[in-house]
Design a binder for this molecule. Structure first.
Ligand code: ADP
Ligand code: ASP
Ligand code: MG
Length: 516
């Protein structure tokens, strides 16, 4: 792997024989295909993703334009991916949240809320347009496009209200509108700052399955569409400003990649374009040792492996969508998490391989609103297939299991699911094990529904003796009861189930072990 010190400069990677060089050469071959070039060229490429706070108002969008300009001085090609506008200092509107609330209240028969949301969204986006675009014709054109999207929103909500229900498919069509508005305005902001830019709806380039609300990309089709649409723009020196979060099925029906999915969009695009790096711009100085809202003295982590980052994201670190790392690991593309409002801070580097440094525990995360389900009984011992039947039953409810722990005596299986799925999971298990329950081979299926998963993450956890002991002692010293414990599948995390009321204190107690 290349020297970490040079990561901010893309050209650093273009050393002959490096894996980056090979990736870039692959990309050059494609460019040749699309642009008819006659000689192979290596062109450095970076994908810059900006989250909701980074595009929250006109001022933030100007800052994004400055970052894009600086990137263009270091990289030959720049792709921007944007989230919907987030909460600004002078309003309280998170656009995606507002769209979802409007859709849900419409389904409940409320016709006030979605009309009000439309007005609020019109004002917020118009203020951004007025603040970033000097040219009157351009202002008018983008204003008309936003207005058209908002009319579509209002019509969709009106239909939802008439139907009295919202399907996942309709919710995706509505919740993805924020990114479409933001991309148009941000592209205008870039052009206003002298950077040729064009807004691109990811429905044109990210092709997904039809698992609405959390669709998975079909990478081959996505690669073909993305290259065909973006490479000619890049070749012409234009920065594509692509909507995060959304995609479309092969039939063209809009989908979303799940809440927080713009991070994933950027890494999908980075992977299919063989980018040299992906930079994820957010509102904190990188990935921190804990959520700074819970632990005010949390510190920025200089470097993480992809595995560590995946574990952190899966176990609740909101800073990145849990799927963000997967496409990048496969291609060996480094990801840097940076702060839009403090861009000179190096942030956190996430890459494939990393020398082990520092303490075993690098960070701690928490997932709230979970329930622990226990299937227990002395009659279970030695009975084959109980675990298999348990998880098949859970799967039938389309619930994902966040963590599993089994007592060594085989007398119980306990696992954790999102709290709102607990009732249907237990119902399905009672149905599955009706015979065993009546014969008392299974004594009970119980739920602890005020639970949280607290996870300590770090590569050193699996091979440093005594780490789990230290974690448990730290919680014991604070009088926190541990209900179950499990080592993460990637072996770089330990997860503990604690009562919801103890979760904050548990995070702070484990945080004291980071950097130790
Ligand atoms: P964006 O809109 O830029 O995608 P998000 O709100 O999705 O931003 O993610 C950034 C937020 O994640 C931070 O403001 C922080 O409150 C929260 N967060 C939770 N855990 C962590 C962590 N370990 N490191 C950094 N931020 C974290
Ligand atoms: N705007 C979407 C959300 O709020 C996606 C994102 O911000 O990443 O979930
Ligand atoms: Mg996010």
């Amino acid at each position: 792997m290349p020297d970490l010190a040079g990561l901010d400069n893309g050209k650093h990677f273009n050393t002959p024989g490096s894996e980056y060089n090979r990736a870039v050469c692959g990309q050059a071959a494609m460019i040749q295909h699309y642009a008819g070039l006659t000689t192979q060229q290596t062109m450095s490429l970076v994908v810059l993703k900006f989250g909701g706070t980074s595009v929250r108002d006109a001022q933030a969008m100007h800052q994004v334009a400055r970052i894009a300009r600086s990137a263009l001085s270091q990289w030959e090609r720049v792709v921007v991916v944007t989230s919907a506008m987030g909460k600004a200092p002078n309003d309280t509107i998170k656009v995606t949240d507002a769209l979802i609330t409007a859709a849900r209240t419409a389904a409940d028969g409320d016709s006030e809320t979605f009309h009000r949301v439309r007005r609020e969204l019109a004002d917020k986006h118009q203020a951004a347009i007025d603040g970033v675009i000097a040219n009157a014709d351009e202002r008018q054109r983008i204003g008309d496009e936003v207005e058209q999207l908002l009319s579509g929103f209002e019509m969709l909500c009106a239909s939802v209200r008439v139907l009295g229900e919202i399907t996942p498919r309709a919710l995706d069509a509505i919740s993805g509108l924020g990114e479409r508005m933001a991309a148009r305005i941000l592209a205008g902001a870039l052009r206003n700052n002298g950077i040729p830019a064009e807004a691109v709806d990811a429905t044109e380039i990210i092709i997904t399955n039809d698992n609405y609300l959390s669709a998975a990309p079909l990478m081959e089709a996505t690669g073909e569409k993305t290259r065909a649409r973006l490479l000619p723009l890049l070749e012409a020196g234009i920065v594509p400003v692509v909507t995060g979060f959304i995609g479309a099925t092969p039939a063209g029906v809009p989908t979303t990649l799940g809440r927080g999915g713009s991070d994933f969009s950027a890494s999908i695009i980075g992977a299919v374009l063989d980018a040299n790096e992906v930079h994820n711009y957010t509102d904190v100085d990188g990935v921190m040792t804990a959520d700074p809202r819970i632990v005010p003295n949390a510190r920025t982590i200089e470097a993480l492996t992809g595995q560590e980052m995946s574990e952190l994201a899966f176990f609740g670190a909101q800073v990145l969508h849990p799927m963000t790392i997967a496409p990048l690991i496969e291609k060996g593309i480094p990801l840097r998490v940076k702060n839009t409002f403090n861009p000179s801070h190096p942030g956190t580097l996430i890459q494939h391989e990393l020398a082990r440094t520092g303490s075993a525990i690098k960070a701690v995360t928490v997932i709230d609103q979970v329930a622990m389900v226990t299937v227990a009984g002395r009659g279970m011992k030695g009975v084959p297939g109980i675990a298999g039947r348990t998880f098949m039953a859970v799967a039938r409810t389309s619930t994902s299991v966040l963590m599993i722990s089994q007592a060594s005596a085989e007398q119980n299986i306990c696992f954790v699911v999102p709290r709102n799925a607990a009732v249907k999971v237990v119902h399905e298990l009672e149905h599955e094990f009706a015979r065993e329950l009546s014969h008392q081979e299974i004594d009970h299926i119980s739920v602890m529904d005020e639970a949280s998963i607290v996870t300590a993450v770090g590569m050193g956890i699996s091979d440093t003796p005594g780490v789990s002991g230290r974690v448990c002692s730290a919680l014991g010293a604070h009088g926190i009861n541990i209900h179950a414990i499990a080592q993460g599948s990637s072996e770089c995390g330990i997860s503990l189930i604690v009562g919801a009321k103890d979760s904050r204190e548990a995070v702070r107690a484990i945080h004291a072990l980071t950097g130790a």
